[in-house]
Design a protein around this ligand. Sequence first.
Ligand code: ATP
Ligand code: MG
Length: 419
Amino acid sequence: MSVKIQAVKGMNDILPGDSDTWQFFEETIREWAASYGYRNIRTPIVEDTSLFVRSIGEVTDIVEKEMYSFEDALNGDKLTLRPEGTASCLRAVIQHNLLHAGPQRLWYMGQMYRHERPQKGRYRQFHQVGIEALGFAGPDIDAELLVMTASLWKRLGLRNIELQLNSLGTSEERARHRDALIRYLEQHQAALDEDGKRRLYTNPLRVLDTKNPALQDICNAAPKLADYLDDASRAHFEGVQALLSACDIEFSINPRLVRGLDYYNLTVFEWVTTELGSQGTVCGGGRYDPLIEQLGGKPTPACGFGMGIERLLLLIQEQGVATPDAAPDVYLVSQGQGIGGYVFQTAEALRASGLKVQQHCGEASFKSQMKKADASGARFAVLIGENEVGAGEVTVKPLLGQGEQQRVKIQQAAALILQ
Ligand code: ATP
Ligand code: MG
C-alpha cells in the first residue's frame, strides 16, 4: 500500500459536518453586504510579489516573514499567494479604472495565505471577508463600516465582540510623533526585546504593538499619537465617534491600536473578543487614504476591513449559536420491480415544490432503507411501492414525533410536508 498524502500543515479541509456552518455564514454575508449596497469583486489568489511589498510595507510581519512567495518555474516571475485582500482589490480597481464611474463599495470573500505557527484561530490558509469603500473621504463612511459590522454580529447571533478605535492621524502627524517616540524609546533601549530593538528606528510605532508583557509599562508611558493630531484629524475622529454613539454602538479608544500594516491613516479599528484566547481579533481595518495613489491610481480616499472567517466560526461554535438545519426534508424509500422512473419523477416533483429530498439509491431491504431515513435527520419518509405506483400516489410517514402515515397523491404530499 502506498503512503497516504496529508494536507499541507496549517491548511485545513472543510468537511461536510462543518461546511453547513460555512454555508450559513457565507449566505449571511452575501445578504448583509447587498443590504448595504456593497458589490462583490473576485481577484486571483496569486499576484506579483511587488504588489504586497509596496502596499503592506517592507517592515511588517507579513512581508518580513509570512508570505508564500515563489518563482514561476516557467518564466521566473516573482509571485505570492495573497496574504490579505485589500492590495489585490485595489490592483483590480486601478487596472480596470472602476473609480472612473464614481466611488465604489466592494466586498470579497476567500482564502488568504500566511506562513505562521498554526494554532487555534491561526492557520496558514485561512479565509477572510473583506469590505472596501473607495472614494469617500468623510467620517460617515468609517461609521458606516462599523455600523455594518455591528449589524453582522447581530445577524450571526454573536455576542461579546468589543469595538476598539484609534486614530493614526496623517503621515506628517505620525512623523512628528515618531521623532518623539524614538527619543523616548532610546531612553529605554536596554529594556527592549529583540523585536523592539530591531524596530526602534525602522517602525517604532510597531514597538508599542508588542504582546510582550515585560514591555507593557514602557509602552503605556510612551508619547501618545493623539497628542500630535491637528484639528482636522481630530474632527474626523470625533465625527466617527458621534455617529457611533447615535447608533448606540459601544466602543473604547485604544491609543495602542496601530494595526500590523503600514498603509493605514486616521481611523483604525479592531473588533475583539475575549472568548478565543490570544486569537481574539475577529475583524480589523481602517482608513488607508494614501494607498491607491501608492499603487499607481489617482489619489482617492479609501477605507475597509478584513475579518477572519475561521475565528468567527469558532465563536459561533463557542457561543452555541444555532445554525440552520442541513438535513433533508424527505428521505425517499422505494421497493418494487420497474418503478425507478416513478420514483425519480416523484423526487423531482417534490423538489420542484421546494423540498430537500434525499433519494435512496442502491438495493436494500425496506427495513434498512428506513434506518437510513432515520439517520438522515429527515422529517418525513416518502414511501413508494408497487401499490402506490398503480394509484399514482405515495405514502408519507412522519419520522420525528408522532403522526400517522398517509397515502396521498404526489402533489398533496408536498403540501402535507410543507405544512
Ligand atoms: P493577528 O494580530 O491576529 O495576527 P492581523 O493583524 O495579522 O491579526 P489582519 O491582517 O488585520 O490580521 O487580518 C484581518 C483578520 O484576519 C484578523 O483580525 C483575523 O481575524 C484574521 N486572520 C489574520 N491572520 C490569520 C491567520 N493566520 N489565521 C486565521 N485568521 C487570521
Ligand atoms: Mg498577523
